[in-house]
Design a protein around this ligand. Structure first.
Ligand code: AMP
Length: 598
């Protein structure tokens, strides 16, 4: 292990957190960052995986489940599921192998073909994990939907993704799917998990379809470039984008789990993210399993008492969580962990939104160790920039690029090209040189949008950042108008479209309003059609309308009425100007402003 020799604390001005052997309970997997960076290759990383027997390719689930189930880890707990009502279920690698075999057989029996899309919409139940992994075993494509989405986001994503199968619960089906079922004509089968009744075409009980299927299954030859996962993400304009990920991505899931999360064999790992979002899949399902550790899955939503109970009782050693949750815990004060036996905990990481330097430092006060921020996004499939266990931390920085990842700060040129900005601490677009295994292979049916992400060899991430003289990256903001609320990426267009569907609404514009806990809160500005009153009753009506259509995770929390919305000459609403005005900030360049609010 080496000292990283950092000097300048960078933007935040907080002192550097030094790492040395004494501050680490286990020797980190990535002991010497510089050396590993110099000698790393993705081909070498691939050798940590087995590949399908007899050279039949590479399948995520063989690496995550089968190779452990058929080896020394067969009896080891793969997933410890903690139910909302205090139930507990341990699923060993062997059991997960058999359950996922059953699921793959059930898909086959339904006539579902390799490459077809299986959507999963449910809370964090064991069946979610079996369905996602079983889908990949069958050569089909798994696409998770967040259970707090309303009917509209669900319909749009299943349409775009050509959903053929949906796995959900009777309750969610009735509340969110039944009414939009006709909008997804290709949806042939719905597997219902758990208690309750629901009616509709192609509905089948999980217990019957999966429970009665054979536990023997052989994964068919899988090309590493076969589509495996479809993760939806949001842009500023237009419909959500379905980022395509292939089986080869597992090479990055595995090595980032080892290096950025420092997973060791004996770890009890807890990723608090929901598999409805990419973190909950790459690191809530795949990476811990390929690394053969025991993963905690907690069904309940955030509650500080419950979470501390889990950390303590389950003896969690590696914890991967998000800034919103950390800030909520911080509000409880420094004593929050006092009296708790958190002696098993040795590494804490965070992702999804900027982690304020105070939170990194507070980790040291409250838990005796800092939070390690890392950065990545749906499109990159896995962690790209991280604070590694062995490296000094500059609080407020996202850390340094993974070995094998070339990250840069770019400036766009007038000729359509880009140049790298080599001077330290100059703001530009964060870009990654293409060519790592978990890079998205396209946006489904959106070739043009995909192409626009690249200039030459560079993938442009849509984030603005800076790099300091020691090679640490600092997040500045988004280059576009997407909103990050409680770690969830929300497209303003999707919210505006739902608002405009209300008969009273003429126009809508949606922004992210800074919020001390959730990062950004979704706020809408609307103009009403003639004859409608901009009063409290209308505000409540519109909030309710949006919530019903979009679900709690996406709907605006605040709505303001305006006579007019500021627009460019070409008629585009200027969200940025609305945001600047809302926050009392300088209005910036308003030369293209045509009409204005009054
Ligand atoms: P998603 O695709 O939903 O995972 O969102 C990815 C986006 O979240 C990134 O492009 C960033 O804007 C933001 N993000 C993720 N991790 C971080 C981080 N550690 N610091 C700041 N922003 C982050």
């Amino acid at each position: 292990m080496q000292e990283s020799g950092t000097s300048d604390p960078g933007l935040s001005g907080y002192p550097v957190i030094r790492k040395n052997r004494e501050s680490l309970k286990l020797p980190p997997n990535l002991g010497d960052y510089e050396q590993e960076r110099a000698s790393f290759s993705w081909d070498k990383a691939r050798t940590l995986l087995d590949g399908l027997p007899d050279g039949r390719g590479l399948n995520i689930v063989h690496e995550a489940v089968d190779r452990h189930a058929l080896g020394a880890n067969a009896g080891k707990v793969a997933i410890r599921w903690l139910g909302k009502a205090g139930e507990q279920r341990d699923i060993t690698y062997r059991e997960l192998y058999e359950e996922t075999n059953r699921f793959a057989n059930a898909l086959k029996a339904l006539g579902v073909k390799p490459g077809e899309r299986v959507f999963v919409l449910m809370g964090r139940l064991p069946e979610l994990y079996v369905a996602m992994l079983g889908t990949l075993k069958a050569g089909c494509v798994a696409s998770p939907l967040f259970s707090a989405f309303g009917p509209e986001p669900i319909a749009v994503r299943m349409q775009l993704g050509d959903g053929r199968v949906l796995v959900t619960t009777p309750k969610l089906y009735k509340r969110k799917v039944a009414a939009i079922r006709e909008q997804v004509p290709g949806l042939a089968h719905v597997l219902l998990v758990g208690e309750g009744e629901a009616e509709g075409e192609g509905l089948e009980r999980w217990d019957r379809a999966v429970g009665n299927a054979s536990a023997d299954f052989t994964i068919a030859p899988t090309d590493p470039e076969d589509m495996a996962l479809l993760h939806f993400t949001s842009g500023t304009t237009g419909r959500p984008k379905g980022a395509i990920h292939v089986h080869e991505a597992v090479v990055a899931h595995h090595i980032t789990g080892r290096y950025a999360l420092d997973l060791h064999d004996e770890d009890i790992f807890w990723c608090t993210a929901d598999p409805g979002w990419v973190t909950g899949t790459s690191y809530g399902i795949i990476a811990p399993l390929t690394n053969g550790v025991t993963s905690i899955v907690a069904e309940a939503e955030f509650d500080a008492e419950t979470w501390f109970g889990i950390l303590e009782r389950e003896r969690v050693s590696v914890w991967y969580t998000a800034p919103t949750a950390i800030r909520m815990i911080m509000r409880m004060g420094d004593d929050v962990a006092r009296g708790r036996d958190l002696s098993a905990l040795r590494f804490m990481a965070s992702v999804g939104e900027p982690l304020n330097p105070e939170a990194v430092i507070w980790g040291e006060q409250a838990f005796g160790m800092p939070f390690h921020d890392n950065w990545w996004q749906t499109e990159t499939g896995g962690i790209m920039i991280a604070n590694f266990a062995a490296l000094d931390i500059k609080p407020g920085s996202m850390g340094r690029p993974m070995p094998g990842i070339d990250a840069a700060i770019l400036r766009r040129l007038e000729n359509g090209g880009v140049e790298t900005i080599d001077e330290p601490m100059v703001e530009g677009e964060l870009a990654l040189r293409k060519g790592w295994p978990s890079m998205m292979r396209g946006y489904l049916h959106e070739e043009e949008r995909y192409r626009k992400c690249f200039i030459g060899d560079w993938y442009l991430t849509g984030d603005l950042a800076q790099r300091d003289a020691d090679g640490y990256f600092w997040f500045v903001g988004r280059a576009d108008d997407v909103i990050k609320s409680a770690g969830h990426l929300i497209g303003p267009f999707e919210v505006e479209s739902a608002l405009i569907e209300h008969p009273a609404v003429a126009e809508a514009a949606v922004i992210g309003k800074p919020d001390p806990t959730v990062g950004e809160m979704v706020k809408a500005f609307v103009t009403l059609r003639p004859g409608y009153e901009a009063d409290e009753a209308m505000r409540r009506e519109l909030l309710g309308h949006a919530r019903k259509k979009l679900g709690a995770a996406v709907a605006p929390k605040e709505i303001d009425f305006r006579e007019n919305l500021p627009k460019t000459r070409s008629g585009k609403i200027m969200r940025r100007l609305l945001k600047a005005r809302e926050l009392g900030l300088p209005e910036g360049d308003i030369s293209t402003l045509e009409s204005d609010e009054k």
